[in-house]
Every structure is written in structure tokens, then in C-alpha cells.
Design a protein around this ligand. Structure first.
Ligand SMILES: C[S@@+](CC[C@H](N)C(=O)[O-])C[C@H]1O[C@@H](n2cnc3c(N)ncnc32)[C@H](O)[C@@H]1O
Ligand code: SF4
Length: 454
């Protein structure tokens, strides 16, 4: 169903059938980033970091650290993470991350970091002193200024302790993001996430005492055994803790995870679109603003710091640790990606044993077309949409001239065009995962389909 460049469809019947096809499967792929990491391959030749980052034109930078450990692997999760609670394993990993930071700092240190995030995995699985060390590496080695950057850390309920929260507060963390997924015990256990509602409430009560400027909670809809009513129950439980931000994720089932598509749909219909619509209405009525298909936040959520502008289109991403991705304008790179225990274990072991971290050996080189697609996708999957003049300023051409197929979004009512902007409508936002997927280039799709997940 992808239309090649230059092939705008103009007749109404064709537009109708294009839209129908798009709506047949709203959940094709979550384009967390473009190109997707399954499109990455060995880079030939490998690129020295000095060359990659020299003269990078990004306006601001995002420093990310990946902690690829969890207490157990949830049955739905295909993130790069290993179930391993051993503190000596964590320490060896942070030692390696520090070696990497020291080697990267001459090339990417002391940048205007507008954001710093520690994600995973479950970063709060690390004991408090090790968690503190990550901030020391960020500040002392990479030159992060915690007064200037918005700082976010991911957590899971059972790892929330006063010792860890004390460190996060001391290090001026603005946002703590906690995965909950469901407040119904049977639903959590059906996705192999052994989590008691009482444990979740304990963690939330404790988090509230520390009063971080932004508390984000993650929930998943479309779980096995979940109904629209039980989904709304979980949403209401989450809202009773008054989070500043909430992410609602449609369930995806993927290779190498325990929860299988058959299991999810065994009860019959796919309730995801109904869950989304019900949650959206509920959140809007409760004063949350919708920023994307997944993200809702209170408008007044702010940290009180005077921050660098962040989340802009042109942001360099400096990703430290195994499983983190780094982005310059023209090259995205990372360590290899795997999900199975064997694969994650061996990728982490290679990272820990590596002496050199100053070469990028695995990733994706973005030619101009891919840079344009990325620019457009990043903008239109967000409620603000694509500012057409920003595209022209960057590329010297018009987005709709370069990609006439974008007119399909307008003609089908999936997007609208207030002055100077192309943005998704309410209907378009609901189909973000189908629209994002549709706009993937043939080359990236070929690579994604050819990726062998281990
Ligand atoms: C990096 S995880 C982090 C949180 C933390 N490790 C935890 O689970 O508490 C970010 C979020 O992505 C969502 N997620 C991960 N895999 C998913 C899947 N297969 N389908 C839907 N949402 C998913 C979950 O809501 C999860 O909390
Ligand atoms: S959802 Fe979170 S806790 Fe569960 S395996 Fe994935 S990263 Fe780990």
C-alpha cells in the first residue's frame, strides 16, 4: 500500500480504499524512532566518533544512558534488557559505561545537553550508590549541567525505595517515569509481570512524598482478559495519584516474547481502538492535553528550572551504554540488538569486555531522503504537526513537493492544514501507528523485514 514518491492519488475511490486499508490494521509498528533499530546493520567502514560528531549541526543535545537490566522479563517486552539482579554484574556494567563516557567525552562531552534520561530496562534496579555514580559520570565526565537540563529516570514499582528516591531528588531529577501497565492483578500476571496492586500503591505513595515536578505513569491497553471497563478502572487508579503525565500504550506482541498474539485475541475482538477512545475522552475531560497517540500531560507540568529549549527537531542524541542509540543528522548507531536471554547476555558481555568505544560499527546511514522522512515523521506523529517552513529551511524544498503522497493524509481527512502546518486530525492521531508505518521508505522496510531477531 505504500505509494512511491511522486504518486499522489487524486480520485476519490482510490483515496477511500487507501484509507480503508490503512484502517484495517491500526497497530503496525510503533515508530519510536525512524529508522527503526531493526534497520541497523554493520557499518562499512566503521566510523570513528571524532569524524561522526565533528561539526554536527544539532541545536541541542540529549544525553541518554541505558541500563539493560530488570528483575524479570515481562511477557510482552522486547526491549533490550536482561533479567539480572546481581549487583556485581551491575557494577561491572557501570564500569564499562564510564570507560565509554571517558572515550566519548572529547567528541560529545560539554555539549548543550537540554535533556538527560536514564532508561532501560529498569535503571532503579541499581542500588543507590551505583545510581548516584551514573549522575557523576553525566556531570563530571560528560559535562551535563543539571540546572540546565530536564532530567528523567525510569523506574518500576518494586525498585522504588527511599534510598534511591533520595539520590534522584539530590541529583535534581525532574521526571520519574514508572511502568505500571495494569492495576488489575490478574491482568498483570497474564502478561507475566508478577505485580501486586498493593506494591504499586506503596511505590506511588512513596513517590508522591518526594514531590518530583513530573510523575509519569505507563499503562497498556489491549491486555489478555482486559475489557474496556477494566482498562478504565486501571486508568482511574492511575489518575487518583494525579500524575502530571501519562503514557497509554496499545499492546504489541512480538517475536521472542512470551505473550503471543493468539493468546491476546483468543477472547475474540481486538478492543484496543475502543480502549484508546475511552481513555482519550476520559483524560481530556480530566484536564490532560493530548500530545501524541500515547502521551497525555497536564499543561502546567513544569520543573521550575530555567531550561534549555528541548524536544526540538534538530537534536543530537548521545546514547551511552549497551542498547542505547545515538543520532547525528546522518548516522544513527548503537550496539547490536537482541531480545533472547542468550543474545542480550552476549551483547552485554562484549560491551563490558570492550576496550575501545570510540568507533561506531553498527547503525544506519541516512541519505537525504531518509533525513527528510525522519524530519516529517518526528513532526507529524506529534500533535503540533509539521511546520512546513521549518522543513523548507532545513532542506531547501517543500515537504508536499518532495512527498506528494502526504496529500493522501489531507484528502482522506487523516490530516489537516492550518496555515503553514501539516498535522494529524483526531482520527489521524488514533491511526498514528499505521500512518507512521505507511511512510517508512522501501529501503528501510526491506531491512526491517530482513532483520533476524535473536
Ligand atoms: C522502557 S519501558 C519502562 C519501564 C519499566 N522498566 C517498567 O516496566 O516498569 C517503557 C514502557 O513501554 C511500554 N511497553 C513496552 N513493551 C510494550 C509492548 N509490547 N506493548 C505495549 N507497550 C509496551 C510499557 O508501558 C513500558 O512501561
Ligand atoms: S516492561 Fe520494563 S520491567 Fe518489564 S521487562 Fe520491559 S523494561 Fe523490564
Amino acid at each position: 500500500m505504500t505509494h512511491s514518491l511522486g504518486s499522489a492519488i487524486t480520485d476519490e475511490a482510490a483515496i477511500g480504499s487507501w484509507k480503508e486499508q490503512l484502517k484495517l490494521d491500526p497497530y503496525r509498528s510503533y515508530l519510536y524512532s525512524y529508522p527503526h533499530k531493526t534497520a541497523y546493520r554493520e557499518l562499512d567502514p566503521v566510523r570513528p566518533l571524532a569524524e561522526l560528531w565533528h561539526g554536527e549541526a544539532a541545536e541541542t543535545f540529549f544525553l541518554y544512558m541505558h541500563i539493560p537490566f530488570c528483575g524479570a522479563r515481562c511477557g510482552f517486552c522486547n526491549l533490550f534488557t536482561l533479567p539480572d539482579k546481581r549487583s556485581d554484574v551491575h557494577k561491572q556494567y557501570v564500569d564499562a559505561l564510564e570507560r565509554q563516557a571517558v572515550q566519548w567525552a572529547p567528541h560529545v562531552g560539554r555539549k548543550p545537553f537540554a535533556r538527560f534520561a536514564i532508561g532501560g530496562g529498569t535503571p532503579t534496579l541499581l542500588e543507590a550508590p551505583l545510581l548516584d555514580r551514573l549522575f557523576r559520570i553525566a556531570e563530571d565526565v560528560m559535562g551535563l549541567d543539571p540546572a540546565q537540563a530536564s532530567i528523567s529516570v525510569e523506574a518500576s514499582p518494586e525498585t522504588v525505595t527511599p534510598e534511591r528516591l533520595y539520590i534522584l531528588q539530590k541529583r535534581r531529577v525532574d521526571r520519574v517515569s514508572m511502568g505500571i501497565q495494569s492495576f488489575v492483578e490478574a491482568e498483570a500476571s497474564a502478561i507475566y509481570r508478577p505485580q501486586k496492586p498493593l506494591e504499586v500503591e506503596r511505590a506511588l505513595d512513596l513517590l508522591k512524598q518526594y514531590d518530583f515536578p513530573v510523575l509519569n505513569l505507563d499503562l497498556i491497553y489491549g491486555l489478555p482478559g482486559q475489557s474496556v471497563d477494566s482498562w478504565l478502572y486501571s486508568l482511574q487508579c492511575a489518575l487518583s495519584f494525579e500524575p502530571e503525565e501519562i503514557f497509554i500504550y496499545p499492546l504489541y506482541t512480538r517475536e521472542h516474547t512470551i505473550v503471543k498474539p493468539e493468546e491476546v485475541r483468543s477472547s475474540g475482538e481486538d478492543t484496543r481502538m475502543a480502549c484508546y477512545a475511552a481513555a482519550r475522552n476520559h483524560l481530556l475531560a480530566r484536564g490532560y492535553k493530548q500530545y501524541s497517540m500515547r502521551r497525555f500531560a497536564r499543561e502546567n507540568a513544569a520543573s521550575g528550572k530555567s531550561l534549555l529549549p528541548y524536544g526540538c527537531q534538530e537534536e543530537g542524541m548521545v546514547g551511552l551504554g549497551c542498547g542505547a542509540r545515538s543520532y547525528t543528522r546522518s548516522v544513527h548507531y548503537a550496539t547490536r540488538y537482541g531480545v533472547s536471554r542468550q543474545a542480550t547476555e552476549s551483547i552485554i558481555a562484549d560491551f563490558v569486555a570492550a576496550e575501545r568505544h570510540d568507533l561506531a560499527g553498527y547503525g544506519f546511514v541516512l541519505n537525504e531522503e531518509e533525513q527528510k522522512r525522519r524530519f516529517i515523521l518526528k513532526a507529524i506523529l506529534h500533535w503540533e504537526g509539521l511546520e512546513l517552513s521549518a522543513y523548507t529551511d532545513r532542506f531547501g524544498s517543500g515537504a508536499l513537493d518532495d512527498f506528494p503522497e502526504l496529500n493522501l493524509l489531507l484528502e482522506s481527512g487523516m490530516a489537516e492544514r492550518p496555515p503553514g502546518v501539516l498535522r494529524l486530525t483526531e482520527e489521524g492521531l488514533a491511526y498514528s501507528d499505521a500512518i507512521g508505518d505507511w511512510f517508512i521508505s522501501a529501503e528501510v522496510r526491506k531491512r526491517m523485514e530482513g532483520f533476524v531477531l535473536r
